[in-house]
Design a protein around this ligand. Sequence first.
Ligand SMILES: *Cc1c(COP(=O)(O)O)cnc(C)c1O
Length: 419
Amino acid sequence: MAINATEAIETPPRPPSPVHRFGTLAVHAGAPHDPHTGAVIQSISLSTTFAQSSVGKPIGEHEYTRSSNPNRAAFETAIAHLEHARYALAYSSGSATTANILQSLATGSHVVSVSDVYGGTHRYFTKVASAHGVRVTFTPSIELDVEALITPETKLIWIETPSNPTLSLTDIRAVADIAHRTGIMVVVDNTFLSPYIQNPLDHGADIVIHSVTKYINGHSDVLMGVAAFNSDDLFERLKFLQNAIGAVPSPFDCWLAHRGVKTLHLRAREASNNAALVAAALEASPHVLAVNYPGLTSHRQHAIALKQHRDGLGGGMLSFRLRGGKAAADRFCEETRIFTLAESLGGVESLCEVPGSMTHAGIPKEQREAAGVFDDLVRLSCGVEDGQDLVEDVLRAITKAIGTSKGAANGVRNGHLHV
Ligand SMILES: *Cc1c(COP(=O)(O)O)cnc(C)c1O
């Protein structure tokens, strides 16, 4: 969806709108009252086709639902505003978003990517993009290496910040400055922070993408993706592919995700505050070897968080290493009562997992450990439950996992007590 000219926000550098701050935009962008009924909430428009008054003249804005429909348009408008973009396009998943962007590159193109990208992105780059002649080079230190890795064929630089699951950060501006000298586009996967905490386009990125499945929808009940950007040329290319490939979300999913957007600021802030409490408690625990959380002053790239994240917030995701190896990490995830042992992230409910055995099991052990993904690493997605309850849950599960309270079992067996 393109934001119409009167609403368009200039291309960066651009100050935030003085009138519509994030929370107001989250609630109102793309959400006008129905002009006929006054309904404050948009109806779900299930019609796959739209009547035309004469040949080639649709009555309204839409013709056929794959090309555009009212619920997708409303969601795309909301995301364009929240990411300070002129355009946003929604897809059936975060992975389909990645696929559409990679499909827009000509055969023979080269991409430079950070090493610890989302597993599915790594799979697409190495197993699918390569099959249509797009080559991807991975680097663990992109700010240092990018210049040397750029070739005349390089068309795209792919950044995920914070990275998964080690939460290391990339200075988007530093990379974009180098990329733009030779007209290379920078894509930032902003899934881990959501547009509330980070707006990559303001730091020089050309495209920002999200797995909407995570924070934007936020309720673990929709699979969807979105890309946002400012360039008219990109809009033409990506809009064409969105329709031609057809990996688009349903009107119902768009409606649900748009409902999620309206509380994004409340959820992202609370999740981040909760993660900060949990991270501080973990850092103080004698049973914890290391804590990866960008909101901690001890994080080695905390300065980037202060520069790129709203109010220096660390987001809702963190990871930590337990003394006691893989057995302790596994046991921890089986002992928590509020954190549910499951993959995914960004929902209202807290989740925990062991990346080495779950989300990142597909990566060979040496490669994994070189990236900091040891078998004793636990990843947490903090939800919006009470922060003190989350801290107590984590500390209690650590005590059980480390075995210092053997015999003190209090009646709740292994597993999760859903509160
Ligand atoms: C989940 C995720 C994706 C893929 O999104 P899907 O909606 O599951 O296809 C991409 N990037 C990141 C960082 C993710 O967490």
